[in-house]
Design a protein around this ligand. Sequence first.
Ligand code: IDP
Ligand code: MG
Length: 167
Amino acid sequence: MNEAVLILIKPDGLRKSLTGNILTRLSETKLEIVAAKMVRVSEELAHAHYAHLENESFFPDLVRYIRGELHDRRKTMALVYWGNGAILKCRQLAGATNPEEAEATSIRGSYGRITTAGLYENVIHVSGNQEEAEREIKLWFKPDEVIVPLYPLKEITKDKVKTNLWT
Ligand code: IDP
Ligand code: MG
């Protein structure tokens, strides 16, 4: 079944010049890229994206990480891949959350590390399931930035310009 998945190339991936490499690995999946952009991640976006980890001791570091404060790169690359079994295919390529446990040839196994503070710097984010993907894609992208109609929209007109919003 066709589904969408949010992929983030985290600031360590950008800093280590892994963008091309990661996109090449992801192209093995034969999925279609339906959205892509560079994002300067706000405090609010970081908190919303990682809301499920709010009570973890590493949460403040995680927010600084995704905002690029640990890598002197205030940017993250966000993409939406779309196609059959997209989530599982991308999660498998990414590997386990803990880079030490990730399969050696996976993206996280190859390039991830655990910092001395204990944070998993694992290069890439991949949505875990369809509900998470929908929540995250709506957080990171506006409807008009995604080239296929993934979720229901509502159209608004402001100053005679029509714009779509997620419902
Ligand atoms: P996922 O990225 O594999 O979906 P999540 O549990 O959603 O894993 O965690 C989000 C991110 O938070 C991870 O990718 C990693 O950077 C960080 N993280 C998760 N669990 C830990 C932990 O136990 N110690 C340190 N960092 C963690
Ligand atoms: Mg997750």
